[in-house]
Write a protein that binds this ligand. Sequence first.
Ligand code: FES
Length: 164
Amino acid sequence: MEKPQTTEPAGTDSRGADPNDGTKVTRRSFGKAIAGGIGALIVASLWGLREWYHRRLNPIRVIAQTNEIPVRGSKIFQYPTDIAPCILVRTTETEYVAYSRLCTHNSCPVFWRPEDNAFACPCHGGMFSITNGAVLQGPPPRPLPRVLLEIRGDDILAVGMSNT
Ligand code: FES
């Protein structure tokens, strides 16, 4: 007895679909797409949460106006909270730096000393560089934490803290 001839064109399955055409959605590929979407959603949510947390710890705050202090002058402000003292120094006509005022030895407030181009701690003689907050002398074990700044128009903004 002879086997009946099929009428399907070459390269198609019994439903007439080409299994190699790449457009067929299988349960497995659908599951992979859903899992990928959920994974992307989780990553995006975690990134958003991280940004939100970072912004809470490092708020953007206007701390001074560009014409408010003279070159080599300074201004005391609070950042990132209202009980964290910091100091802003205008080093040139267009450049500013800012650091935490809390000495890294025993947290006495440091003062800007333009004649030494440094911050001085009155408690035990610690000195810190204006350039990078590094310890120049005395017992402080670490540099002063730096306040990250941005200038937008006439506003000087604190946008974060850096320990380097
Ligand atoms: S607290 Fe600043 S040097 Fe000791």
